[in-house]
Write a protein that binds this ligand. Structure first.
Ligand code: BG6
Ligand code: MG
Length: 214
């Protein structure tokens, strides 16, 4: 049976996948870079600089390292500004119940977010204390879809990957979970997340007891 749940954050526990999108879109519009929700699908779960690279490639724009740094920082400024308004009310419905169900079953809880803003966002959401371990994206070698961040969390929790369930809204994240040798629950579109072992429309549809046999 599973012994740990490892959650992604943005787009799984709260709607910040959209907040990231709006921050990128604001920067892209200012720079005249064509960017839309369709391109944004490829950005989900991807780290900050790689996300900018995807936007630039799609727009056919080449920039210097300094220019890229400046654009990534500008986007992050917009994002940080937006999450300063986040409160526990912004948790997706069902999150508190899922965390309680997991705790009641004695499961370890980990967080595997690619975001350097994850700790601050968890604080704003009021759930930082609910996790046994929160990965620091800045200290992870290879970003999703590499398995590194999920393996880091499993090791810190002291649970074998085969006993972990990863929960992700991004194709890159589901790929990372699978390559870590874990079971994957996709949150969102089953076609986009075809690699997941199970796919749910949203976290509210996650019944921990149904997934974790006693
Ligand atoms: C991921 C998001 O969780 O974090 C991506 O899905 C985002 O959209 C990435 O780019 C990095 O976030 P940050 O806050 O470090 O720029
Ligand atoms: Mg996500």
């Amino acid at each position: 049976p599973a012994q740990a749940l490892i959650f992604d954050l943005d787009g799984v526990l709260t709607d910040t996948a959209q907040t990231h999108y709006r921050a990128w879109k604001r920067m892209a519009d200012e720079e005249g870079l064509p960017f839309d929700q369709h391109v944004n699908e490829q950005l989900k779960g991807v780290d900050r600089m790689s996300s900018l690279e995807i936007i630039l490639r799609h727009a056919g724009r080449t920039l210097s390292a300094e220019q890229k740094q400046a654009l990534a920082e500008r986007k992050n400024g917009y994002y940080v500004e937006a999450i300063a308004e986040v409160t526990p009310k912004d948790l997706f419905p069902g999150v508190a119940r899922v965390l309680e169900q997991a705790r009641a079953r004695g499961l370890k809880l980990g967080l595997a977010s690619a975001s350097r803003n994850a700790a601050a966002l968890l604080d704003r959401l009021g759930i930082a204390g609910r996790f046994d371990y929160i990965a620091d994206a800045a200290r992870i070698d290879r970003a999703k879809p590499a398995p590194d961040i999920f393996l880091d969390v499993a090791a810190a929790l002291g649970v074998a990957p085969a006993r972990c369930i990863g929960i992700e809204d991004a194709a890159a994240g589901v790929a990372a979970i699978k390559s870590a040798g874990m079971a994957a629950i996709g949150i969102g579109d089953a076609t986009t997340l075809a690699q997941a072992d199970a796919c749910l429309a949203d976290i509210a549809a996650f019944d921990v007891d149904a997934f974790v046999s006693p």
